[in-house]
Design a binder for this molecule. Structure first.
Ligand code: TRP
Length: 477
């Protein structure tokens, strides 16, 4: 059977943007920005999106479009090495880890959406009374399990429909809806008293904070940029593998990055005026579950007509999360379809059953060896997997594909692609892997104990060792 493809170019762009736009934009981005220097952080973040994010997207796109296969087959075919094929399985595992915690959060959102909607027909949403206590009661255990299953079922339903009639059709509806509703909410929020103060807090250009904390800010900014652009899990490899015509990849990647940033900024323009107008101090709610399900939920409870705003807001978050979770489920599904010739429906059923268990574990959330399962998966595990995953992609494109990658980037890209191709490859193969290792080391606190330049040196050494290893492996093939 012929492999599936996108029906339209816009379909690919919206699907990829849908993957990128998700919880990362709504519950993390505004807070991380506000805490790290407002618009000055935004400037650093935009720089990273442009210099790390877009080239990273291009690396995954090039692998996918060149091979027309899911990550396992793609890495094997392009390198001619089974070892790289095995590394592809790593992405399947990363995707399963991602969707395991993401569908639990998706479940929470569905619950809050449902509760808020009940408020429209006269009932008082249950979380209105005491948001903190309510969330504490439903975040884990059987309550969380049920909604996790519901969210997973919705995700599976879309992926079940296939590339065109499921993912493409779904994201073509979801993405515009997210944008329109968010703009509407931002306009509404901007009219509230306290909006000016909120904008000042969110977007004032605080260069001193940046200057004092550049190295502390680089890590969060890079981590945020990678997660929010869905890099390092093979998602973008998989989506690009369904492209069947050569159009400009740099153009597509830039549009996706812009849409993604726009949604993050818009989310802040909704959230902060709302909180400020009610006298809530946003710095008291850290980015993450507390911000959304306690801080904002509490704000909705105090608003006249809060149920309507809450329903709209959580509706937006449901759509954004769903268009991301389908991109996670699609990775293992495409793996089974491509590698084992499974029918898509069977593959979806099989993977979904697996995530019922792994996600179920995150939903029940027992404490093992001193940490909660959810906290571990959503935090350190996913962070480390994504960073390692992207570093491998970059090294692969830079040192294994090499000139093939240049040719693929140029295909359909016109003069601009040709002009940026070589600098791009150098950046991908040399600068970015070192940068990633560096941020990984800072995340683990190494730079604090070693000092800045010694950490850079370690990063360079690790990068060199990796490249030397690749060269040897290539010589063996
Ligand atoms: N980018 C999404 C968000 O911001 C999450 C996501 C979807 C993702 N697919 C991914 C993250 C693949 C990493 C890798 O919420």
């Amino acid at each position: 059977m012929a492999r599936e493809t996108w029906a339209t170019r816009v379909g690919f762009i919206l699907a990829a943007a849908g993957s990128a736009v998700g919880l990362g934009n709504i519950w993390r981005f505004p807070w991380v920005t506000a805490e790290n220097g407002g618009s000055a952080f935004l400037a650093v973040y935009l720089g990273i999106v442009l210099l790390v994010g877009v080239p990273g997207l291009l690396a995954e796109f090039v692998i996918g479009r060149r091979s027309n296969q899911s990550p396992v087959g793609a890495l094997r075919a392009l390198s001619g090495s089974r070892i790289w094929g095995l590394w592809g399985v790593f992405y399947v595992g990363t995707a399963v880890a991602l969707i395991s915690f993401y569908s639990v959060v998706g479940g929470w959102i569905l619950r809050y959406f449902g509760e808020s909607a009940l408020g429209l027909v006269g009932a008082r949403p249950a979380y209105f009374a005491a948001p903190g206590r309510y969330f504490g009661g439903v975040a884990a255990g059987l309550d969380a399990l049920g909604f996790h299953l519901l969210f997973l079922a919705l995700t599976a339903l879309v992926v079940f429909g296939g590339v065109r009639r499921g993912i493409e059709l779904g994201t073509k509806v979801m993405m515009p809806a997210v944008l329109v509703l968010l703009i509407g909410l931002a306009v509404w929020a901007g009219a509230r008293s306290g909006a000016a103060e909120a904008y000042a807090f969110y977007l004032s250009f605080d260069i001193d904070t940046i200057r004092a904390n550049v190295f502390d800010v680089l890590g969060p900014a890079a981590g945020q940029a990678l997660f929010t652009l869905s890099l390092g899990a093979g998602t973008m490899i998989t989506y690009a593998s369904y492209i069947d015509e050569d159009r400009s990849l740099p153009f597509d990647a830039t549009v996706i990055a812009i849409l993604n940033t726009l949604v993050g900024v818009l989310a802040g323009l909704v959230v902060f005026p709302l909180l400020f107008s009610l006298g809530v101090d946003p710095t008291q709610t850290a980015p993450g579950p507390g911000a959304l399900f306690v801080g904002l939920a509490g704000a909705f409870a105090q608003l006249p007509g809060g149920a309507l705003i809450a329903t709209t807001f959580f509706g937006v978050v449901v759509l954004a999360a769903l268009s991301s979770s389908i991109s996670m489920l699609e990775i293992p599904v495409s793996f089974l379809v491509d590698e084992y010739s499974l029918a898509r429906r069977r593959a979806v059923a099989l993977v979904t059953l697996g995530v019922v268990v792994t996600g179920g574990l995150c939903a029940i959330n027992p404490t093992l060896w001193g940490t909660t399962v959810f906290g571990f998966v959503a935090g350190s595990l996913v962070d480390a997997l994504l960073t390692a995953g992207l570093a491998a992609v970059l090294l692969f494109v830079g040192w294994v594909m090499g000139t093939d990658a240049l040719a693929e980037l140029r295909a359909g890209g016109g003069d601009l692609s040709a002009a940026i191709a070589t600098p791009w490859l150098l950046g991908i193969g040399v600068v970015l892997p070192v940068f990633l290792v560096f941020t990984l080391l800072t995340t683990f606190g190494v730079s604090a104990s070693l000092g800045f330049w010694p950490t850079v040196l370690v990063a360079v050494l690790v990068g060199t060792a990796a490249v030397a290893g690749l060269r040897t492996e290539r010589a063996l093939v």
